[in-house]
Every structure is written in C-alpha cells, then in structure tokens.
Design a protein around this ligand. Sequence first.
Ligand SMILES: Cc1cc2nc3c(=O)[nH]c(=O)nc-3n(C[C@H](O)[C@H](O)[C@H](O)COP(=O)(O)O)c2cc1C
Length: 192
Amino acid sequence: MELMELLKTRRTYRRFDQSRPLPEEVISDINESIRLASSARNGQALRFLAITDPKKVEEIFPNTHFAGALPPEVGTPKEGEHPVAYYAVLYDGSKSSALVDTDAGLAISNMTLAAWNRGVGSVIMGAIDRKAIKEILQLEDPWEINLVVAFGYPTHKSLIVDMKDDNTAYYLDENNDYCVPKRSVEELVKRV
Ligand SMILES: Cc1cc2nc3c(=O)[nH]c(=O)nc-3n(C[C@H](O)[C@H](O)[C@H](O)COP(=O)(O)O)c2cc1C
C-alpha cells in the first residue's frame, strides 16, 4: 500500500474474524518492525511478548477494555469477534521510565502499520488490568506491562470524518463502522 494510504486506513479496529489466526508472515513482519523502531539513545530497552495461543488470548480478553467512548454492549467485541493475538509491550520497572512511553509509541506505530500493510487490524490498549495480565503471562519482576496491542482481521471499516463542535468522540454509523473525527491540518499545524 502507498504510505499515505496506509497511514489513512491504519485506524483502530475493534471487531475481528476470530476464526482467522495471524499467518506466520504477519507475525514475522510485526516482529521485524519492532526491531527496526527508533529508541532513545538506541537503548532498545523494551521487550515484547507475542501472545498467539488462542487459550491465552481468551484469558487476556476480559482484562482489556474496548471503546471507552461507547457503551460496552456496543463497543466490546462479541464472541467470534475477539482479537486473535495480543502483543504486550514490556519495560523494566526497576529503571527510570522517562522515555518508555516514547519508545513504546514508536514501536507500536511500527507494529500496527506492519500488520495493516498485510490487512491485519489492531487496537492499542491502555485500559487494561496490568496486574491480572502480568499473572496470566507469568511475567517476572522487574518486567512490567506498558500497553498491549490486540490484532486480528477486521470485520468492519474505520473511517476518518471531519470533526464538528470540537467533539473528539468516535462513534458507529448505520453500518456499524467506526467513524473517527479528526481535527483539520490547519488546526493542528501552524506554519511559522
Ligand atoms: C495510548 C493509547 C491507548 C489506547 N487505549 C485504548 C483502549 O484501552 N481501548 C480501546 O478500545 N482503544 C484504545 N485506544 C484506541 C484509541 O481510542 C484510538 O486510537 C482513537 O479513538 C483514535 O482512533 P484511530 O486510532 O482510528 O485514529 C488507545 C489508543 C492509544 C494511542
């Protein structure tokens, strides 16, 4: 896909075809995209867990919270629509974490783009029960979970729409597709 088209269509997806696991080449691209990400001082301090075992994925699911802007009965994926993989972004909790979020954001951006380049959608998830997920993954100290990213083949569209009345809340349209209001370039970027 052409880069600007990839950036435009790599949106957040929250309903997936649960019967379609990620092929190895997608996992391999996501993994390589992590390796290629920039990091502060080239420290490459983060680590990642790829969770693809369906049993583990289903254990993690209730500890992740979808679409805070929508009522749960609308925003939470139903049986058959769950993600088929999660990546947990890990940081060393014993070290200063000033640049963890920046490193994590850059890696996550790469990962979600690499996946979308192969038609796999994703949702970055910060509303998660870190303690419970840490236990499920049997993660040892000092490693802590920064965010998780859920992946799967989307079963809906996700469209950018113009923002009205400064309202950033995303919503579902009559086709049950996500509409994501974005500010105009003029509002976001001043040229001096
Ligand atoms: C740091 C971060 C945390 C997020 N956490 C969640 C989450 O816990 N649950 C969820 O459904 N979406 C989550 N999202 C997705 C955002 O809601 C989404 O990016 C936003 O609505 C804009 O949509 P877009 O990604 O299509 O541009 C998160 C996004 C980011 C960047």
